[in-house]
Design a protein around this ligand. Structure first.
Ligand code: MTE
Length: 310
């Protein structure tokens, strides 16, 4: 059953109009989840509400990864390290109410409600490839807001050279945070010009619905030209910084995970090749493309040695 939470979204964001097909798709996914025995929470707990979004030109026509795979094969270490852990454990996380602390080099620091962030600009649907550093990939129809629109709202000053993101720290609801698998909270960062690139996206939904917790509800980054771990989930803090912020994976294994982490088939991970990937649902591996096929970002890295800045 689809639950619409009052106050989650404005009337402009949520509409019953034209949602029949999306609902059917979602219900198919929910049934599949149940059949696979992977849905740990009752459907009533699934905080998914339909979302209306205009199609964006930043989109691929590639075959979508099924909803079931997108929502049951996840990385979200706050809920465990196995791919099925997030779908099994993330239902406990309370994502309403949700606030985001904005601080650092900006004219409008503060603590903002999710509802206000959602009003910053109209929702768009963007179908992006997601390439995980582990060598698998998906094609996901996200719904969200260009990251640049959100960041501009807080008026970063000329001192803001980078933007850092943090995931919520709440071990009582995020059992993985009770173990020191990573230094919590999960953090990520982008250089300001990367963050302002039109492809950088803040997702609040996928497949026509609000995000399920395992995918990073209520708000997560999507940076399609970088390895998936840059796309930080369940964001509760955004900080504008003068210096390059530390990231969770860099802190954990700096020789393996760099700050930039652009998808690059020519630079292998120290322990495996990055030349090819397995698209979830396919058997034959496909070649990995530079910048995950988003070559329009190459100018951001002009003159940089991408072996050094991995
Ligand atoms: N964000 C947080 N907070 N914690 C995580 O463990 N995993 C990352 C990224 N964002 C992760 C995270 C990794 S490794 C990947 S590949 C993507 O989320 C996976 O996103 P998905 O599960 O929605 O496909």
């Amino acid at each position: 059953m689809l639950i619409r939470h009052a106050g989650d979204l404005t009337e402009n964001d949520v509409t019953p109009h034209g949602l029949y097909l999306r609902r059917r798709e979602f219900m198919a996914g929910t049934i599949a989840l149940g059949a696979a025995g992977l849905a740990a929470c009752a459907p009533e707990d699934v905080a998914a509400a339909p979302l209306k979004a205009a199609k964006s030109r930043y989109t691929t026509t590639e075959k979508l990864t099924p909803f079931k795979d997108v929502t049951t094969y996840n990385n979200f270490y706050e809920f465990g390290v196995d791919k099925s852990d997030p779908a099994a454990n993330a239902g406990k996380l309370k994502t309403r109410p949700w606030t985001v602390k904005v601080d650092g080099a900006c004219a409008k620091p503060g603590t903002y409600n999710l509802e206000d962030i959602l009003k910053i600009s109209p929702l768009q649907e963007r179908i992006y490839r997601l390439r995980c550093v582990e060598g698998w990939s998906m094609v996901i129809p996200w719904i969200g807001i260009p990251l640049a629109d959100i960041l501009k709202r807080y008026q970063p000053t000329s001192k803001a050279k980078f933007v850092a993101f943090e995931t919520l720290l709440r071990p009582s609801e995020m059992p993985g945070q009770r173990r020191a698998v990573l230094q919590w909270p999960y953090r990520e960062g982008l250089r300001m010009d990367e963050a302002m690139h039109p492809l950088a996206f803040m997702a609040v939904g996928l497949y026509g619905q609000t995000l399920l917790n395992q995918n990073g509800a209520p708000m997560r980054l999507v940076v399609p030209w970088k390895y998936g771990f840059k796309s930080i989930k369940s964001i509760s803090r955004i900080s504008f910084t003068e210096t390059q912020p530390k990231t969770a994976w860099q802190l954990s294994a700096p020789q393996e995970y760099g700050f930039y982490s652009n998808v690059n088939p020519a630079v292998d991970h120290p322990r495996w090749s990055q030349a090819s990937e397995r698209r979830i649902g396919e058997f034959i591996r496909r070649k990995t493309l530079p910048f995950n096929g988003y070559g329009e970002v190459a100018g951001l890295y002009a003159g940089m040695d991408l072996r050094k800045f991995y």
